[in-house]
Design a protein around this ligand. Structure first.
Ligand SMILES: O=c1ccn([C@@H]2O[C@H](COP(=O)(O)O)[C@@H](O)[C@H]2O)c(=O)[nH]1
Length: 484
């Protein structure tokens, strides 16, 4: 098989095993990318791993690279470097990501002598930042670095950055080559190829960019979604609850809603009393508490009055109008009696709002529609979100706003009187392994265009929930002030 045929076959296999995927992927940087490259999976496909190691060695030999030993960038490139080392009898070194504070404290493990030339092995290059994190400790111990071999170069500026450090990048698969082969094999449409190329062109990293090589292009400086003050927005709503909330946030200087998903009602009450001074809303899931009783609502309302916060039962109603009337007004929980705010999916159609409104409007309650969700793979997007916005517009007296994740993208549909509340908020970002996706308070308010941050585990699981609530409160409020 010719080298070109081997490379084509490898591209097809990478696509088959979903190491290269197309769709809508939210990167760590927050950008939504039409392509995702995750080469961690190749360890489970020995034929692919062997082919990757073979092709990477071939490109080095073809380009005349010379080196004494090699070092993989942790972690995905480690098995690739191991295969290359074994197949070609070339010594390998290993870089520790965390240097131990006991024993030898070495950053570079293995046998080498100062002045030897070490090849860097990497699976994916975006900005080149991860490569540099391995180059630096190698140089610190006297190893010379000249060449970097990579399986996929996303062609987003990594090559130029490495060149500025006198490093030569040898890429088996520039991303354009991957696209060309997949299009030729009818595995990608011409439109999709154009979309991916446009994304890559629009997201180039500069020579000083830092970035995550797992496909996270360095984001351009995000635009702040500018808004009116909460006081002013209070004048723009027809819903009593929304008006109360806007005024409360302005008066108390907090846009923090705590999701109190603790194990019992007793714990919830203790938590609410402690964090009450920091929050504008306490969000409950009353069906989580095995000790829920008739006193629950009254106790919570007392705390709400004591600390000046509102109650939001995150019930996510999703049934026909007639059924939700009963679920909201009576049953075990009698939600409408104690919760100022509740929310609903729009799946059943407009009847769900009519039903909830029959119960809630006379009591001065407010309804949030779930226009978007924070979980990975949510179906609440596109037309669904647009339908939620249109339904809200028909009930300005009762629908007070939305659960949303990126209202700043709604353009003309964004309305100043409606409250945007966003869950999936943690100071460190990331996710929970069960689909939850986190954004920082700063990004949620300034860039995504939200008004209220909803924080659960970031606060109630913290060692000091009160201190943590104060920290989130400050982050949310500072972000709001800088979005004015
Ligand atoms: O799209 C949604 C809608 C609701 N939630 C709720 O918010 C909190 C988030 O808790 P964390 O511990 O901060 O993840 C939780 O009560 C969810 O039911 C959501 O996460 N996403």
């Amino acid at each position: 098989m010719s080298t070109e045929d081997k490379i084509d076959a490898l591209i097809v296999r990478l696509h088959e095993i979903e190491a290269v995927k197309f769709g809508e992927f939210t990167l760590k940087s927050g950008l939504v990318s039409p392509i995702y490259v995750d080469l961690r999976v190749i360890v489970s496909y020995p034929d692919v791993l062997a082919s990757v190691a073979g092709c990477m060695w071939e490109v080095l030999k073809r380009n005349g690279a010379e080196f004494d030993n090699m070092c993989g960038v942790p972690y995905t490139a480690l098995p690739i470097a191991t295969c290359m080392s074994l197949n070609n009898d070339c010594p390998m070194l290993m870089r520790r990501k965390e240097v131990k504070d006991y024993g030898t404290k070495k950053a570079i493990e293995g046998a080498f002598t100062s002045g030897q030339t070490c090849l860097i092995v990497e699976d994916l290059v975006t900005s080149g930042a991860s490569v540099m994190e391995t180059v630096e400790p190698l140089n610190d111990v006297g190893l010379v670095t000249k060449d970097v071999v990579v399986l996929i170069d996303r062609e987003q500026g990594g090559e130029a950055r490495l060149r500025s450090h006198d490093l030569r990048l040898h890429a088996v698969l520039p991303l354009s080559r991957v696209l060309k082969t997949l299009e030729a094999k009818n595995l990608m449409s011409a439109e999709l190829v154009a979309t991916v190329k446009a994304f890559i062109a629009a997201n180039q990293t500069g020579p000083n960019a830092s970035g995550n090589e797992m496909g996270a292009a360095a984001a351009p400086t995000p635009a702040v979604f500018k808004r009116d003050s909460y006081e002013h927005r209070a004048t723009l709503t027809e819903n009593k609850c929304a008006k109360d909330l806007w005024n409360l946030m302005a008066r108390k200087k907090t846009n923090l809603c705590v999701a109190a998903d603790v194990g019992t009602a007793k714990e919830l009450i203790v938590l609410a009393d402690k964090i009450g001074p920091e929050i504008c809303i306490l969000k409950t899931h009353c069906d989580l508490y095995p000790d829920f009783d008739d006193a629950f609502g009254a106790t919570l309302l007392e705390l709400a009055a004591k600390h000046d916060f509102m109650i939001f039962e995150d019930r996510k109603f999703a049934d026909i109008g007639n059924t939700v009337v009963g679920q909201y007004s009576s049953g075990v929980h009698k939600i409408a009696d104690w919760s100022h705010i509740t929310n609903a999916h729009i799946v059943p159609g407009a009847g769900i709002i009519d039903g909830l409104k029959q119960v809630g409007l006379p009591k001065g309650r407010g309804l949030l529609l779930l226009a978007e969700m924070s979980s990975a793979g949510t179906m609440a997007k596109g037309q669904y979100t647009e339908d939620a916005i249109a339904m809200a517009a028909k009930h300005p007296d009762f629908v007070m706003g939305f659960i949303s994740t990126r209202p700043s993208a709604w353009k003309g549909a964004w309305s100043r009187g409606l409250v945007q509340m966003t869950p999936g908020v943690q100071l460190g970002g990331g996710g929970d392994g069960l689909g939850q996706q986190y954004n920082t308070p700063d990004r949620v308010i300034k860039e995504c265009g939200s008004d209220v941050i909803i924080v659960g585990r970031g606060i109630y699981k913290a060692a000091d929930p009160v201190a943590s609530a104060a920290e989130y409160r400050k982050a949310g409020w500072d972000a709001y002030v800088s979005a004015l």
